[in-house]
Design a protein around this ligand. Sequence first.
Ligand SMILES: *[C@@H]1O[C@H](CO)[C@@H](O)[C@H](O)[C@H]1NC(C)=O
Ligand SMILES: *[C@@H]1O[C@H](CO)[C@@H](O)[C@H](O)[C@H]1NC(C)=O
Ligand SMILES: *[C@@H]1O[C@H](CO)[C@@H](O)[C@H](O)[C@H]1NC(C)=O
Ligand SMILES: *[C@@H]1O[C@H](CO)[C@@H](O)[C@H](O)[C@H]1NC(C)=O
Ligand SMILES: *[C@@H]1O[C@H](CO)[C@@H](O)[C@H](O)[C@H]1NC(C)=O
Length: 286
Amino acid sequence: MVARRIWNALLTGISMVQLGYAQIPASSPDAPHYETVSNVTSPLSIGYIIFPGFTPLDVFGPLELLFQLSGTIPLTLSTISFTTGPVGARSPRPFTQYPSPTPFDPIHVLNPQIIATHTFATAPPLDVIIVPGGTGDFVLDNANDTSIEHFLASRFEAAQYVLSVCVGATTLARAGLLSGRRATTNKRAWAWATHPRHGENITWVPNARWVEDGKVWTSSGVAAGIDMMWAFIGHLWGEEVANRTVNGVEYTPHADKRWDAFAVVHDVPGADRNKSLTDCVRPAGW
Ligand SMILES: *[C@@H]1O[C@H](CO)[C@@H](O)[C@H](O)[C@H]1NC(C)=O
Ligand SMILES: *[C@@H]1O[C@H](CO)[C@@H](O)[C@H](O)[C@H]1NC(C)=O
Ligand SMILES: *[C@@H]1O[C@H](CO)[C@@H](O)[C@H](O)[C@H]1NC(C)=O
Ligand SMILES: *[C@@H]1O[C@H](CO)[C@@H](O)[C@H](O)[C@H]1NC(C)=O
Ligand SMILES: *[C@@H]1O[C@H](CO)[C@@H](O)[C@H](O)[C@H]1NC(C)=O
């Protein structure tokens, strides 16, 4: 534990130096007032998996909440990919299997980028691993590239939590992490994502915005990752902190994890059509 903390402190120092900031000593009057919660490793080491063709909001949605939270709670972030440096949201190659009927041009789509700080070989110890989805999943799947799955399988035991957003759940399935568990995934890509070839003995839950099963949390498509992260923050640091965070960024979470309007919208088998679609959301705590 002590070694882990020293290691994390070193990493925090290194990444801050890379960003061009001088690190503020904790005793300095300029140091932020950090809240500490005894049940959470501090600083919590978060690893975000990144790959060419990631979906921007799968990454930046949950990351916005973590970014805000890190102003008062010590967190470290590693962005982990095949190589360090810029990784784009545009798929590196055309691919098959994109869920119809939505037309999608993988060549001309915009290409916002994120900088990967580590590779699968150099990633530090991680408490929380987050796996987004994106069109790159189809490319990796077509190429039988299982680098991310190998990384997840090797880090699962040591991690406190593994979370997926959208079709990131298929990556968890292929890594064997969902076997014997309940999970959910993108409702538009439901038929592709829940195909048994990704993994057997998985209870896919259609009427879920997100699913918590022990240390594995999975969310529905794209924006649902923000709802899951709101609940995850509540799980680790309490509801008050979670609600303050989403109200701070003026986001209304879909708070009922046991129902997802998009199961109805995308006609997922087993979708609960009895609830009103008009009163899904309101500000947290209001
Ligand atoms: C991927 O694996 C499948 C099934 O084993 C095989 O048919 C296919 O040719 C492989 N694709 C590549 C690019 O290696
Ligand atoms: C499937 O998962 C359940 C837990 O949900 C477990 O009890 C059962 O042994 C698993 N079956 C196989 C074949 O792995
Ligand atoms: C951690 O502590 C917070 C604040 O006391 C509490 O609200 C939360 O439920 C705890 N989380 C876990 C996983 O025990
Ligand atoms: C929706 O309501 C009908 C009629 O009351 C009921 O038979 C059905 O089980 C309900 N569906 C779900 C998913 O709750
Ligand atoms: C946080 O928001 C949820 C969803 O609106 C609400 O159920 C809960 O009571 C709120 N908790 C606090 C402490 O404000």
